[in-house]
Ligand binder design. Structure first.
Ligand code: ADP
Length: 360
C-alpha cells in the first residue's frame, strides 16, 4: 500500500530529526569535554596538593634542622656562659680577697698606731703599779691593773676584728644581722684611726630582720663606704658620717651619708665601674665600689649613689630579708626603690672617731 503524503512535510521531519541528532551530538560532545576538563583540573589539583605537601615537609625538615642547630648553639652558649660566670665569680672572690689585703696594707700604719698607744699605756700602768705596790698603795695599784685589763680587752677587739676581716668568706650566704656588721665595720675603721672625721653616727630601727648575705663580705662593703665617706670629708670643717638602717616590708635599707664634697653628676654613672677613681695616683685604685657592687648583687640586693640636697653624698644599699625567695626579692628590690623612709623606734649611737687616751 502506498501512502502518499506531502513532500514538504516529510522534508521538515527529516530536517528536524537531523537537527535533533546534531544537537544531541553537540550536547554529548560538550558533556564529554566538560567531564574531561574536570578530570584534568582534579588531577592538577591533586598534583598541586602533593607538591605543596612535599614542599611543606621539606620546609618543616629545614626548620627543624634550623631549630636543632639553634638549640645546640644555645646549649653551647649556656655552657659557655655558666663557665664564664664561674670564672667571673672566682675572679671576683680573688679580687675581693686581694683588695682586702691591700686595704689591710693601707690600714697597717693606723693599726700599728692604735696598738702602740694602749701598749705604751699598759707599760706605764704596769711600772706605776709596781711602784704603788712597793709603797703599799694597793688601791691605786689595783686601779692601774684594772686599766691594764681594759686596754688588753681593747687590743683584743682590734686584732679580732682584723682576723674576721681578713678571713676568706664562707661559701654560702646565711642570715646576717646588719646593725652588728655595720658596728663591726665602724669599730674597725675607728680602730685603724682614720683622721679627719669626728664622729660616725649609727641609727637603726629597734628590730631589723636579718638579711641573707655573707657576714665578712658585708662588713667589707661598709668599710669601703665609710672609708670613701671619710676621704670625701677630708677638707670639710665639720665632717660627719651618718649610717641609718631601716626595715621596710620586704627589705632592709642601709644609707651611708656624708657631708663631703659630693659626686660630680657626670661621674655618677661611672662610680661602680672597676678602676674608676678621682683620687690622686697612689691614693685610689678605683676597685672599692665595683667590689661593693659585685658583693651586694651576689646577695640579690642593690646599691646606688646619689648627691644629698644640702651637700655630700649618700650610698644606699637594699638587701632582702631572711625568708624572702630570691625571685620575689629581686622583683621587689627593683620596683621599690622610690618612696619615703619609714623610721620607727630608732636607736642612736654616736661613736667618737678618736679613741680614748690612756689616763696616767
Ligand atoms: P677609690 O676609693 O680607690 O677611688 P672606689 O671604687 O671606692 O675607688 O671609688 C670610686 C670613686 O667614687 C672615688 O674615686 C670617688 O671619686 C667616688 N666616691 C666614692 N665614694 C664617695 C663619697 N662618699 N663621696 C664622694 N665621692 C665618692
Amino acid at each position: 500500500m502506498y501512502l502518499l503524503t506531502d513532500k514538504s512535510s516529510l522534508d521538515r521531519s527529516v530536517i528536524s530529526a537531523g537537527l535533533m541528532g546534531g544537537a544531541a551530538h553537540i550536547i554529548f560532545t560538550g558533556l564529554v569535554f566538560i567531564i574531561l576538563q574536570r578530570r584534568r583540573a582534579m588531577l592538577e589539583q591533586l598534583e598541586i596538593r602533593d607538591w605543596s605537601q612535599r614542599e611543606l615537609e621539606r620546609q618543616v625538615r629545614l626548620r627543624t634542622a634550623d631549630l636543632m642547630s639553634t638549640n645546640l648553639r644555645l646549649a653551647q652558649e649556656i655552657t659557655e656562659r655558666s663557665r664564664t660566670e664561674d670564672a667571673l665569680r672566682s675572679a671576683q672572690a680573688e679580687l675581693v680577697q686581694t683588695s682586702k689585703l691591700a686595704a689591710l696594707g693601707q690600714m697597717s700604719a693606723g693599726i700599728a698606731h692604735e696598738i702602740n698607744q694602749p701598749l705604751t699605756a699598759i707599760r706605764s700602768y704596769a711600772e706605776n703599779a709596781l711602784k704603788f705596790i712597793a709603797r703599799g698603795n694597793e688601791e691605786t695599784a689595783t686601779r692601774n691593773l684594772q686599766r691594764i685589763s681594759e686596754l688588753t680587752d681593747r687590743m683584743g677587739r682590734i686584732t679580732n676584728n682584723l682576723k674576721t676581716f681578713s678571713r676568706r668568706p664562707e661559701q654560702d650566704n646565711h642570715p646576717v644581722d646588719v646593725p652588728k656588721q655595720v658596728q663591726t665595720a665602724i669599730d674597725l675603721v675607728l680602730e685603724t684611726g682614720r683622721a679627719g672625721v669626728t664622729d660616725i653616727a649609727l641609727s637603726h630601727d629597734e628590730h631589723v630582720r636579718p638579711v641573707i648575705a655573707e657576714a665578712n663580705q658585708l662588713t667589707q662593703v661598709f668599710i669601703n663606704l665609710i672609708n670613701n665617706a671619710a676621704d670625701a670629708c677630708q677638707n670639710i670643717s665639720d665632717p660627719k658620717i651618718e649610717i641609718s638602717i631601716t626595715e621596710r616590708e620586704d627589705r632592709v635599707l642601709v644609707k651611708v651619708n656624708d657631708n663631703g664634697h659630693g659626686i660630680l653628676p657626670e661621674n655618677l654613672p661611672k662610680l661602680f665601674d672597676p678602676f674608676f677613681t678621682t683620687k690622686p695616683f697612689g691614693d685610689g685604685l678605683g676597685l672599692g665600689l665595683s667590689i661593693c657592687y659585685g658583693i651586694i648583687r651576689s646577695f640579690g640586693g642593690t646599691i646606688r649613689a646619689e648627691n644629698r640636697p644640702n651637700g655630700g653624698s649618700s650610698f644606699i644599699i637594699e638587701l632582702r630579708h631572711e625568708g624572702i625567695g630570691e625571685d620575689t626579692a629581686e622583683n621587689s628590690l627593683s620596683t621599690a626603690i622610690a618612696g619615703p623612709d619609714r623610721n620607727f623606734g630608732q636607736t642612736t649611737t654616736v661613736l667618737n672617731m678618736h679613741s680614748d687616751q690612756a689616763d696616767l
